[in-house]
Every structure is written in structure tokens, then in C-alpha cells.
Design a protein around this ligand. Structure first.
Ligand code: FAD
Length: 391
């Protein structure tokens, strides 16, 4: 089977390697001439780690990352909102804080070694001719995988830009080991530090996009504010010389009714980007790639793509819904939502079944309050088998 993949980010590179290993003839088309490491820290959850283990890349990536056993969130005043320990659900689970570049480098290098990767190729349109599809001048392909990220222009989706984004700074620090540490003031302010290994950590700060100029104008005041929220941030703040040293990122919310159309399938952020509130984007993209390769092995295209849709719908829809519901509790001007969160989260945190549910959500395996969670050990084989029976 000839497969064309548009985009060589997390989803595209992982899909390329897995599909090639499943026997497909894969060509990757990437817009950027010399793809390189961009961004700050992300968390690889047990789901993403399971896929990287299948790719044989987990040990290499883990060696460059920082093990996280806990996510801690408190109010500015010091009240614990959530204190989530992976080990409460499964002793083998942990998060892996990693610079996005380290993940990219490992996936990209492996993709280049195992498939044809054409860089500097921006695909502007797909062309269907009978049973095959062309991506720009490239093809013919029996299957085209769109993995061109949240700003894809090639798929049909409802896309909206979140009014809030986040400031990021990558600092040299060995402090904050073992946890993602966050402090919130109502829904208006959120500060966090994510260790990412190799002596680095990413500081992030929530900000509405229309507040960026005011933040720049009162940069010193912002530093004082962060310090008041967390005095341990002092050595990190000392490294930030000025506003230009900090990156502001905005996020898109992408809704698609169906991720496949004939011989074309959309995966990763192009299919389901959300705000990074639950920190799942890269993990969902990796699981997409694994499940797609399994479906393509199990059935001919286009049936394989309908199977893929059934396999991924429950998991993806759940995380999209949860992210949409939770984001305004952390990024909005609403005093009511901040107040509600500050009263309800500590109660949920203290109740063992709800605390465990939150840990499963953080780990990326939740399918809802009452549904049985994803079983990592059988991902994706079991779920393909279940779908085959119900088909
Ligand atoms: C600040 C920030 C923090 C985040 N934190 C987390 C976290 O903690 N945990 C987590 O799991 N996720 C996190 N994410 C999200 C995560 O980085 C993404 O979900 C993930 O990388 C998506 O991968 P992708 O391959 O779908 O898209 P991308 O990585 O965006 O890759 C798309 C690729 O397609 C290429 N491309 C685009 N258009 C074309 C075209 N027309 N032709 C050819 N090539 C094209 C692009 O150049 C790019 O290489 C975060 C994201 C941001 C911005």
C-alpha cells in the first residue's frame, strides 16, 4: 500500500514509522525545509510512553526527560486543590517531562532512517483520481494521512482560537524535581513549573491574548507577582532578562465530525487539537498513529479508516469534552468559575474514587467516569478486536 503522510510532527512521524513497519510504502511530505526543535516542555503520559515503547524509542527519550510522580495544584493562599500521584492508580505509571525538541528529534531521525521524507514541501491541495489520491504533485497514494497540525488547511473542520494562551520560558534549574507544580489565583492566573530533564524546566503562565501588551508594559510587576505566588521561582525568574525572552503560545480548538473521507484520514492536532489544559496533545497523537497502523493492518482502506474512527472516537471525544469543560475554570475572567473550582476540587481530591479518576484522566487512559479505562498493555490490539466483533 502506498501511503502519503502530510506533516512530520509527532503524529506524522510516528504514523510513518508504524505504517512502514506494517509493510506500507510510506512517503512523508513536510512543509519546513529543515525541521528542528521548537516549543517548550510537554508531558508524556503512560499512553504516549506505551506508543514510544512500541516504537523502540522510549528508553532514549526517557533518558533525556524528567520522571514526574505527582501533579500538584494549590491556590495562591496555599490551599491544595489537587494532589495527584500516578502510583495511586498504578505503581508502574509516571509522567515524563520532556522538551518537545527531544521527542521530535527521536521521531524525526527514526522516520528519516525508515521512510522517504521530503522536506520543504508544503501541500496545498489533495486530488482524488479514481481509487488513488495525490498530495500536491506527489502520489499516487492508496491512503493519505493528514498530520499537518492544528492550522491544517487541508481538512474540513470547525476551528476556533482560544482567547487565552500561555507564556513559556525554558530555564536552567534542577529544582522542582519529580512533580508538575502549579499555583492558581481564581481562574485568572495560573503559574506552573514543569521539569523536563537535562537540568531544564519550563515555566508557564496563563494569559489572555489581549493582555499581552499590558504584561509587557509591567514585566517587573509580573515577576513580583510570580514570586509572591511561589518564592521558589526566584532563580528561574532571574534568568528571564526581559519580555522578549518569553514565548507566547495560543491554541486552537478543532472539531471534526468524521476523521476520514474515502482514502484520506486526519490524525493528531489536525483532527482534534484542544487547549493543553490536560496535557494530552502529543499523547493522543501518538495513540492515533498506533491505532491507525493497527487498523490498516486489520482491514483494507477505506474500511480500515471507518474502523479507525470507531476505535478512536470514545477516547478522543472524552478528552476533547473534558478539556472544553475544564479550560474556563483555569483560563477565564469568571470569578464564579474560579470560586467554584476552589471549593469543589479539594473535595474531589480528598475522595479516593474521584482522586483516582483524576489520576486516570491525567494519565491519558480515562474514557469517562463509569467507563472502563483504556488498558495500556493491550493497546491497540484489544480495542481493534472489540470493534471487529461489533462491526
Ligand atoms: C505550548 C504548548 C504546550 C503543550 N503541552 C503539551 C503537553 O504537556 N502534553 C502533550 O501531550 N501535548 C502538549 N502540547 C500539544 C502537542 O505539542 C501537540 O498536540 C502535538 O505535538 C501535535 O502533533 P501533530 O503532529 O498533530 O502536529 P504538529 O506537531 O503541529 O505537526 C504538524 C506538522 O505538519 C507540518 N505541516 C503543516 N502544514 C503542512 C502542509 N501544508 N504541508 C506539509 N507539511 C505541513 C508542520 O510543519 C509540522 O511539522 C502542547 C502544545 C503547545 C503549543
Amino acid at each position: 500500500m502506498r501511503v502519503g503522510i502530510v506533516g512530520c510532527g509527532t503524529a506524522g512521524a510516528a504514523a510513518a514509522i508504524l505504517l512502514a513497519r506494517a509493510g506500507c510504502e510510506v512517503t512523508v511530505l513536510e512543509r519546513v525545509e529543515k525541521p528542528g526543535a521548537v516549543g517548550a516542555g510537554i508531558i508524556l503520559q503512560p499512553t504516549g510512553q506505551a506508543v514510544l515503547a512500541r516504537l523502540g524509542l522510549l528508553d532514549e527519550i526517557a533518558a533525556k526527560g524528567a520522571r514526574l510522580d505527582r501533579l500538584f495544584l494549590r491556590t495562591r493562599e496555599g490551599r491544595t486543590l489537587v494532589d495527584l500521584h500516578y502510583a495511586r492508580c498504578d505503581r508502574s505509571w509516571f509522567g515524563l517531562g520532556i522538551h518537545r525538541g527531544a521527542l521530535f528529534e527521536a521521531l524525526y531521525r527514526t522516520a528519516c532512517a525508515e521512510v522517504r521524507v521530503h522536506t520543504g514541501v508544503a501541500i496545498e491541495a489533495l486530488r482524488h483520481e479514481g481509487e488513488v489520491v495525490y498530495a500536491g504533485d506527489h502520489g499516487p497514494f492508496d491512503l493519505v494521512v493528514l498530520a499537518d497540525g492544528a492550522s491544517s488547511t487541508l481538512r474540513d473542520a470547525k476551528v476556533s482560537l482560544y482567547p487565552w494562551g500561555a507564556l513559556w520560558f525554558v530555564a536552567k534549574t534542577e529544582a522542582f524535581a519529580g512533580e508538575l507544580y502549579q499555583v492558581a489565583e481564581r481562574a485568572r492566573k495560573l503559574y506552573g513549573i514543569l521539569p523536563t530533564g537535562q537540568g531544564l524546566a519550563s515555566l508557564f503562565w496563563s494569559l489572555p491574548a489581549d493582555g499581552l501588551d499590558a504584561w509587557r508594559a509591567d514585566f517587573a510587576g509580573w515577576k513580583r507577582d510570580v514570586l509572591a505566588m511561589d518564592p521558589r521561582a526566584a532563580p528561574v525568574l532571574d534568568q528571564i532578562a526581559g519580555p522578549e525572552a518569553v514565548t507566547f503560545a495560543r491554541y486552537r480548538d478543532v472539531r471534526m465530525g468524521r476523521w476520514h473521507d474515502g482514502r484520506v484520514v486526519t490524525i493528531g492536532d489536525a483532527a482534534h487539537a484542544t487547549s493543553p489544559q490536560l496535557g494530552q496533545g502529543a499523547n493522543l497523537a501518538l495513540v492515533d498513529a498506533l491505532v491507525l497502523a493497527a487498523c490498516v493492518t486489520a482491514a483494507p482502506v477505506p474500511e480500515a479508516l471507518a474502523l479507525y474512527q470507531r476505535q478512536r472516537a470514545e477516547h478522543l471525544r472524552h478528552y476533547q469534552r473534558m478539556t472544553r469543560v475544564l479550560t474556563p475554570f483555569f483560563q477565564s475572567h469568571s470569578s464564579l468559575l474560579g470560586w467554584l473550582r476552589d471549593w469543589t476540587f479539594p473535595i474531589a481530591n480528598a475522595l479516593p474514587p474521584l482522586n483516582k479518576h483524576m489520576v486516570r484522566t491525567m494519565a491519558g487512559v480515562s474514557l469517562g467516569m463509569v467507563a472502563r479505562p483504556l488498558a495500556l498493555s493491550s493497546l491497540p490490539a484489544t480495542r481493534v478486536a472489540i470493534a471487529d466483533k461489533s462491526a
